[in-house]
Design a protein around this ligand. Structure first.
Ligand code: NAP
Length: 491
């Protein structure tokens, strides 16, 4: 992070009593302040319906920071910058009160009129809030105004367009920061560096040398206490439409002419435009869905999705998706991008495997089956790092080879949805760098790709559950690759 710009800012969090604010936002703001990344001239307004006082709010903020980092320095001083207002976003009269508080704190903390509004609430409120911020003059300030919006951005293309139109009626595209916390992760950002700073990869990064690319994002956890949200969404909306397609775009894009937001985005958008759209009758050939049944994980028996809560007894929501994505451009024609994501899987991992094409003759292995293609593995979590699988001579006299692994680990990093990702993204927003946020065109193109899959799945009754907890997903996910002569790499 740049040491030069230390933004002064007033952050207003809608949904300040919620889970996201507590687990991610407060620890992230704490680190930004403690590391001197942002100015000490900052203040935070927390808004939610609960009838909290400033003291209760501050105790909550302190607790969340301590839960994240243990005992911390100058926590009381930090928390004193937090102010709470009980606020129902559907009540128009509340915005006048909020404006008064905003103006008072701006003077008190000398934040130069820089306003960051963070919508950490259910998406059905986003349009109304944006509209009221405009209507009640909360955007009128000598500083900048930016709006961070949490996922999900819509339920399908149509609803996403509607939401976007509502928000765009009040805010310009440059003021809107649609968050995808995967894009805040160091190893995801590293995809670009690995590609564009290394000749040995970038020269080979195309359909002449790459056989296929695999992206896996799996969790061992089940739906936990998020069943209401999750059951409405499912794995394809929760993971594929946003995080996974963003990773596809980063892996497949052309080198940008510079690292500016516009150049990087424009290359990503070109990839999303080149995704081969699926006809309804092709959906089954390319996508597999699943829902977990009971099983054993870490020696413990766990129940199936439909038994997780009373509301889920008849649920047809998918907790697993595997897909084969094709990109119709010169670089990628014929190279499948296989993706899979699921809950209650054998392993917690987010990993990209790039499988290079084989050499034409096998001189050094006893059988084709032992032959190991070269793989580049990018581990996003846990164990952030990269590994390269090569073949080298086996010790002994025979002229035989064996696969070896060259690996680099970034050190013990915490899990994916960490405060670090939010911290980076909050800071980027404060300095006006939108590179790691999603532009509307990216959101729209992603939904356009996903919509036919949703349409087919919604019409058909799935045969769920179809994979055991603690497994690698339904059998059909393996078949998706085996029909192309490939298989998932569990390296
Ligand atoms: P949550 O725990 O249910 O929090 C919702 C917040 O909204 C609460 O503070 C609630 O407080 C407030 N609220 C609800 N109705 C309100 C109203 N009419 N007026 C004012 N405040 C109201 O939800 P969350 O898990 O924090 O998620 C927030 C957003 O982040 C969602 O869009 C979610 O999809 C997204 N997200 C969450 C996570 C995560 O890890 N939690 C991860 C990624 C994305 P009161 O009840 O006190 O009003």
């Amino acid at each position: 992070m740049s040491e030069q710009i230390k933004p002064k800012v007033l952050i207003t969090i809608f949904g300040a009593t919620g889970d996201l604010a507590k687990r991610k936002l407060y620890p992230s703001i704490y680190r930004l302040v403690r590391n001197n990344t942002i100015s000490r001239d900052f203040a935070v307004i927390g808004l939610a319906r609960r009838d909290w006082s400033n003291e209760v709010f501050r105790d909550n903020v302190k607790e969340s920071v301590e839960q994240a980092f243990g005992e911390c320095e100058r926590l009381d001083d930090f928390a004193s910058h937090f102010h709470y207002q009980s606020f129902d976003v559907t009540d128009d009269t509340a915005y006048d009160r909020m404006k008064e508080l905003v103006e008072q704190l701006e003077t008190q903390y000398d934040t130069e009129g820089n306003r960051l509004f963070y919508l950490a609430m259910a998406p059905e409120f986003f349009g109304g809030i944006a509209n009221s911020l405009q209507e009640y003059g909360l955007k009128e300030t000598p500083g900048w105004t930016r709006l961070i919006i949490e996922k999900p951005f819509g339920h399908d293309l149509e609803s996403a367009k509607e939401l976007n139109n509502q928000i765009r009626a009040a805010f310009d595209e440059e003021q809107i920061y649609r968050i995808d916390h995967y894009l805040g992760k160091q190893m995801v950002q590293n995809i670009e560096v690995i590609r564009f700073a290394n000749g040995i990869f970038e020269h080979l990064w195309n359909n002449r040398f790459i056989s296929n690319i695999q992206i896996t994002s799996s969790e061992t956890l089940g739906v936990e206490d998020r069943s209401r949200y999750y059951d409405d969404s499912g794995a394809i909306r929760d993971m594929v439409q946003n995080h996974i397609l963003q990773m596809v775009a980063l892996l497949a894009m052309e080198p940008p002419i510079s690292l500016t937001t516009d150049e990087v985005r424009s290359e990503k958008i070109k990839v999303l435009r080149a995704l081969r759209e699926l006809d309804l009758e092709q959906v089954h050939e390319h996508f597999v869905r699943g829902q977990y049944g009971a099983g054993v994980l870490d020696d413990e028996e766990v129940v199936g999705y439909r038994k997780e809560s009373e509301d889920l007894v008849f649920s047809n929501t998918e907790t697993f998706v595997a897909g084969k994505i094709l990109i119709d451009n010169y670089r990628w024609a014929g190279v499948p991008f296989y993706i899979r994501t699921g809950k209650r899987m054998a392993q917690k991992q987010t990993r990209i495997v790039i499988e290079f094409k084989d050499i034409p003759m096998n001189l050094y292995f006893k059988s084709e089956r032992e032959h190991h293609p070269n793989l580049l593995v990018i581990n996003i979590q846990p164990d952030e790092g990269i590994a390269l699988y090569l073949n080298a001579k086996k010790s002994g006299s025979e002229a035989l080879a064996e696969p070896i692994e060259l690996s680099y680990k970034q050190g013990a990093m915490p899990a994916i949805n960490t405060p670090e990702a939010y911290e980076k993204l909050l800071y980027d927003c404060m300095i006006g760098d939108a590179t790691n946020f999603t532009h509307w065109d990216e959101v729209a193109l992603s939904w356009k790709y996903i919509d036919p899959i949703l349409e087919v799945w919604e019409k058909e009754q799935p045969n769920f559950p179809n994979y055991e907890s603690g497994s690698t997903g339904p059998k059909k996910s393996d078949e998706l690759l085996s029909q192309d002569g490939n298989h998932w790499w569990e390296v």
